[in-house]
Design a protein around this ligand. Structure first.
Ligand code: GMT
Length: 379
């Protein structure tokens, strides 16, 4: 089967998920065509079954806003026709679903028809999509998709609450490749960052407001008052400078390292004892799942779909959004009790295994097969 995958190429979860999905499918013999405006970050090595098509948007003095959506639609028409794709899978509603719709309309005029799937990832629904400016286009293009998937039950329910959706939304959760995201011995690396065997806490995000990174910094200040520890802040984004400033104000800089965007996050997670994710909303929280794969328990908020992966009192703890005292209390409960920490690390891995890539990819394959068969029957 030949599949086109449209995604954002950046470090965000939707792009990562889409890329890992395409790579796993390529390993299984599918021919995968990625279409994006930049090479996706996790598309980092050659694979004979993988192709990449870049969407460049010609600019003209007349354009105050380069028309990416139109350029993407044109590239989709071109790739679908010339590469004879069987199916298109777009990740993130805006503008990918509407571009897919437009491309399909153009192809229908030429007597061609391929199904397209839209996968909803989170902020395309909970933040951007709800904006009145986009709402009608989001609703329309989701409904025009031949199949819709959401990465958690919470996101499915949120979508149905916020939009008038006429089709079933299939829940296919995010996945983790446990072969890659697993604990490995990086003692030499740990010694560099925590020379006195301090406990290590980690946070990974794109430092957007929704991540509430300040809760990580404030909670760490409290934890640090009770036990020797270090905090590793991985990723980059709009809040990073504020956070560096906040650490200076709190006098905690000596124990906090801002590592920026990292390709080998699993190596950093391997030396971490706890993962903090205090987000105001997460449709799923892929970063937490990747941490669990590396045997790192998670202290997270109870927002959105996070409780579907982080089990309170088993794989970590859940707190109300913004409850810094609870984040610190639960962190200390684990960090001060070696046996409990060990048990939670084991539980975190067991939970991550449920979401192992091998268990989730077949759910997408089944959906693809049913859509392609239906399409053949119509043709
Ligand atoms: O979290 C982000 O800021 C990135 C965002 C994205 O769209 O790339 O992530 C969303 O999709 C991920 C993959 O499905 C989910 O694991 C994240 O929870 C979700 N983020 C939010 O809902 C805030």
């Amino acid at each position: 089967m030949k599949i086109g995958i449209v995604c954002y190429p950046t470090f965000g979860g939707s792009g990562v998920l889409a890329t890992e999905l395409g790579k796993a499918l390529a390993d299984k013999g599918y021919i995968i065509h990625f279409i994006s405006y930049k090479q996706p970050v996790r598309l980092d090595s050659f694979h004979p079954n993988i192709f990449y098509h870049e969407v460049s948007v010609p600019t003209y003095p007349l354009f105050d806003f380069p028309p990416y959506e139109s350029a993407l639609s044109s590239v989709l028409v071109d790739v679908i026709s010339n590469e004879k794709l069987d199916l298109l899978h777009v990740h993130y509603a805006i503008p990918h679903a509407s571009s897919a719709y437009m491309a399909n309309q153009i192809l229908r005029k030429q007597g061609k028809n391929i199904p397209f799937i839209t996968t909803l990832h989170g902020t395309d629904i909970t933040l951007v999509g709800k904006d009145k400016m986009y709402e009608s286009v989001v609703t329309f293009s989701i409904n025009e998709s031949d199949a819709i998937t959401a990465v958690s039950e919470n996101l499915r329910d949120e979508t149905n609450r916020s939009f008038v959706i006429e089709k079933k939304i299939h829940v296919i959760p995010n996945f983790v490749d446990i072969k890659r995201f697993s604990h490995s011995n990086k003692d030499h690396f740990k010694k560099m960052l925590a020379p006195n065997n301090e406990k290590i806490l980690a946070h990974v995000s794109n430092f957007r407001k929704v991540k509430r990174v300040e809760d990580v910094v404030y909670a760490f200040e409290k934890i640090r008052q009770e036990i020797p520890c270090k905090l590793l802040m991985i990723g980059d984004g709009p809040e990073r400078q504020h956070m560096e400033q906040l650490c200076r104000e709190l006098g905690t800089c000596d124990d906090i390292r801002f590592l920026g965007k990292q390709e080998q996050v699993e190596e950093i997670l391997s030396i971490s004892d706890l993962f903090l994710l205090p987000s105001a909303y997460e449709s799923f929280g892929l970063a937490a799942l990747e941490a669990m794969g590396c045997e790192v328990p998670v202290i997270s908020s109870n927002a959105g779909g996070i409780p579907e992966i982080n089990i309170h009192g088993v794989t970590g703890f859940l707190t109300e959004v913004g409850d810094i005292d609870a984040i610190a209390k639960f962190s200390l409960e684990l960090l001060k009790d070696e046996d409990k920490l060990k048990l939670f690390k084991k539980n975190a891995l067991a939970q991550a295994q449920k979401f192992n890539i091998n268990n989730i990819i077949p759910l997408y394959e089944n959906l693809y097969a049913s859509l392609v068969n239906e399409n053949k029957q119509i043709a």
